[in-house]
Design a protein around this ligand. Structure first.
Ligand code: CP
Length: 320
């Protein structure tokens, strides 16, 4: 199933009959009022990062990560704690999955122990929708990264970060997403949320081999200098080496020379252009350290906003 087809299947699963969020599986065609409500709530959480809440007291949030993570996993755990929930981290490689238990059976067992939400990262497309189909009423599945299909909370935190710097009217903005777009779930979710929020111009800037299939509403560039010219926002992506064969991966130094964002290149964007990256960054490959650590970088703000966004999502799914 391709990315768009998978996202459409998930879209139908994640809302209840009243249009409320039951799971968070995808941002693709998630109604704009729901996205704006999540961003508004996340902005309120971000404004008071030291505040602690009891909204989810008595609830349990489990993390099931079948791929590595630093930011997403840690921020979901912090978000759950800041809302008063308990957390459970299942070490995928030490779980009974290695003895042949299906993921659905793992969910049913943890659900029987009283877990209320499952935050899941998996390299296989469709896993989150499968789990949403077997979760009992009131138990939520949260997509924390699905193959190259989507990463919805990353898309929300990216939108929140852009909003904080550029305001709520996205229609005047030109945003360039640059790098390995073909293999990037971050790019897919960013494109979904930016499109829904009415971004003025969305550019995909990628070398041949990393370009996504043509889609409506996006301009495709293979030259980074042309692609970032005049932009308000530049979002850099790393090469997703785990999703491409090692023989197909480009040489780091050559990639940086031809496609990496340097201070000289960034001068082509607007003077107040912000630079984003979902992390992890490969310094000196897609992004020069002078830019990553420079005044236009909002990368660590994205990370901080990740906690606020995940608080908003968990609250929307679990607060009674
Ligand atoms: N952006 C992101 O998903 O980072 P992690 O892989 O560290 O969670």
């Amino acid at each position: 199933m391709d990315r768009a087809a998978e996202a459409k299947t998930q879209g139908a699963l994640q809302l209840d009959a009243a249009g409320r969020l039951r799971h968070l599986l995808t941002l693709y065609q998630l109604p704009r009022p729901l996205i704006e409500a999540l961003l508004a709530r996340a902005a309120a959480f971000a404004a008071k990062p030291a505040a602690r809440h009891a909204t989810l007291a008595g609830r349990c949030v489990a993390s099931l990560f079948f791929e590595p993570s630093t930011r997403t996993r840690a921020s979901f755990e912090l978000a759950a704690h800041r809302l008063g929930a308990t957390t459970l981290n299942l070490e995928a490689e030490r779980s009974s999955a290695v003895k042949g238990e299906t993921l659905e059976d793992t969910l049913l067992n943890l659900q029987a122990m009283g877990v209320d939400a499952f935050v899941v990262r998996h390299a296989e497309a469709g896993v989150h929708a499968r789990l949403a189909r077997v979760a009992q009423a009131g138990v939520a599945i949260v997509n924390a990264g699905e193959a190259n299909v989507s990463h919805p909370t990353q898309g929300l935190l990216d939108a929140l970060t852009i909003r904080a710097h550029k305001g709520a009217d996205f229609s005047t903005l030109t945003v360039a997403i640059c790098g390995d777009i073909l293999h990037s779930r971050v790019a897919a979710s960013a494109a979904s949320v930016l499109t829904t929020l009415g971004v003025g111009e969305l550019r995909f800037v990628a070398p041949p081999g990393f370009q996504p299939p043509a889609a409506d509403g996006q301009r495709l560039f293979d030259d980074v200098d042309a692609g970032i010219a005049g932009c308000d926002v530049v979002m850099m992506l790393r090469i997703q080496r785990e999703r491409i064969g090692s023989t197909d991966a480009p040489d780091d130094a050559e990639y940086h020379r031809r496609h990496g964002l340097t201070a000289a290149r960034l001068a082509r964007a607007k003077p107040d252009c912000i630079v984003m990256h979902p992390g992890p960054v490969n310094r000196g490959v897609e992004l020069a350290s002078e830019v990553m650590d420079g005044p236009r970088s909002v990368i660590l703000e994205q990370v901080a906003n990740g906690v606020a966004v995940r608080m908003a999502v968990l609250e929307a799914l679990l607060a009674r």
